[in-house]
Design a protein around this ligand. Structure first.
Ligand code: UT7
Length: 378
């Protein structure tokens, strides 16, 4: 028995932006980007919100529009069948309500408990782990289950519009990111193992290697003495929110912000993140294998986070695997954070690379620092 993937889908924005187009924005080239990262183009949302992309992915995962190979036999779910929505994102369209609540409303998932989860690029793997844990804890045979909500089916989404928080003048980051969404439906089944093991882990990002401060636009009318009279007359005259300066200092961005960098944009020390990523990916794969008492020979496919093709090659070498054991979708997408893993999984189903009974590992790493993996039987 276990939490089984019973639907999968993805949603992409219409606009495709090539490396050559980015070379008109910053000092870069198609040659540099493609050889250093494996990326040739990425999708950028113009009119599509994160929620729009998530809705497209979710409709496919629910079997409402164009079920993927492997899931055609599965009849479409009714809206009331879903009792949990987990939405992994670091780029929600709104702070309130949550993206999960908005998606619930759009899709009419009237019975679903819904909330967002931010674990950066590992967000989907974290969300799937949480969904499985909630479902497992609510099964009738588990002690205390009768005192909890019961979860039988969950929609788990990763959706991002990283283009909104990318500094398009910074060649160290802007060539890497793209927008998109992916989703799965998971169902608790008594006759299949589904998710066999999972692993999530945090390390401190002691050097601020991957950060993005928030941005608060509303007028602030207080200072240490209470309401500031001048600010009431003219909010524009005020008011540096002192706490933001302190956070900028803590995140190591104060000088850049003072020099005019867009405050709410991703800053990354690429080499530090690269080193962390290669080891985190390898370690997470080995951990889920160990927890499941399986070996790499048992695994049909690894579906990794798509940050840089070289990171995947590094992990493949360390694990002693050929690259064809990994699903790689970075070429025309780039890195779309929490959306990467479910979109890449959907590519694997779409191209018939996952058959019933196959064991698959999804694995991710990202800001936080976060990392994790889920091993399941299809
Ligand atoms: O989702 C999780 C988070 N992200 C990641 O996992 C990303 C991890 N890091 C990486 O993928 C890589 O470190 C990058 C792709 C970001 C950078 O590749 P790299 O091979 O580590 O390059 P580098 O930072 O060592 O830079 C090499 C050179 C530098 O020039 P100099 O100092 O050697 O003259 C950079 O200024 O390449 C230069 N450079 C560029 N040149 C052309 C950096 N970005 C660009 C660019 N175009 N876009």
């Amino acid at each position: 028995m276990g939490c089984c993937i019973v639907g999968c889908g993805k949603g992409l924005p219409a606009l495709d932006v090539t490396n050559d187009e980015l070379a008109t924005l910053v000092d870069t080239s198609d040659e540099w980007i493609s050889t250093r990262t494996g990326i040739r183009s990425r999708r950028i949302s113009i009119e599509e919100s994160s929620l729009d992309l998530a809705e497209t992915a979710a409709r496919q995962a629910l079997g409402w529009e164009g079920a993927l190979p492997g899931f055609e036999q599965q009849s479409a779910f009714a809206p009331e069948d879903i009792d949990l929505v987990l939405f992994a994102t670091l780029t929600p369209d709104a702070l309130l309500p949550s993206s999960a609540a908005l998606l619930r409303r759009r899709l009419g998932l009237v019975n679903a408990v819904s909330f967002d989860l931010n674990a950066a690029c590992s967000g989907f793997v974290y969300s799937l782990t949480v969904a499985e844990a909630l479902m497992a804890a609510s099964q009738a045979h588990v002690a205390g289950a009768s005192g909890r909500n019961h979860y039988h089916r969950a929609l788990v989404v990763g959706a991002e519009r990283l283009s909104r928080i990318t500094n398009w003048q910074d060649r160290n980051t802007c060539v890497l990111f793209g927008d998109g969404a992916g989703a799965v439906v998971v169902e608790w089944r008594d006759d299949a193992p589904g998710i066999i093991s999972s692993y999530i882990k945090n390390d401190d990002d002691t050097t601020n290697s991957l950060v993005c401060p928030a941005s608060f636009d509303s007028s602030f009318v207080f200072d240490q003495n209470g309401v500031n009279e001048i600010a009431i007359q003219d909010p524009a005259a005020l008011l540096a929110d002192a706490s933001l300066d302190r956070i900028d200092e803590e995140l190591g961005v104060i000088e850049g912000v003072a020099a005019g960098e867009p405050r709410q944009s991703i800053r990354m020390d690429g080499q530090k993140v690269f080193k962390f990523a290669g080891n985190a990916l390898t370690n997470a794969v080995l951990e889920v294998l160990n927890r499941a008492e399986l070996t790499l020979d048992d695994i049909a496919l690894i579906v990794p986070h798509q940050a840089n093709e070289r990171i995947i090659k590094y992990a493949a070498k360390k694990l002693g695997l050929s690259l064809d054991r990994f699903q790689i979708s970075i070429e025309h997408r780039g890195n779309s954070s929490a959306a990467c893993v479910p979109m890449t999984l959907s590519d694997a189903y779409d191209s018939g690379k996952i058959s019933p009974g196959d064991k698959v590992i999804m694995v991710a790493f990202g800001a936080g620092l976060t990392s994790g993996a889920v091993l399941y039987e299809a």
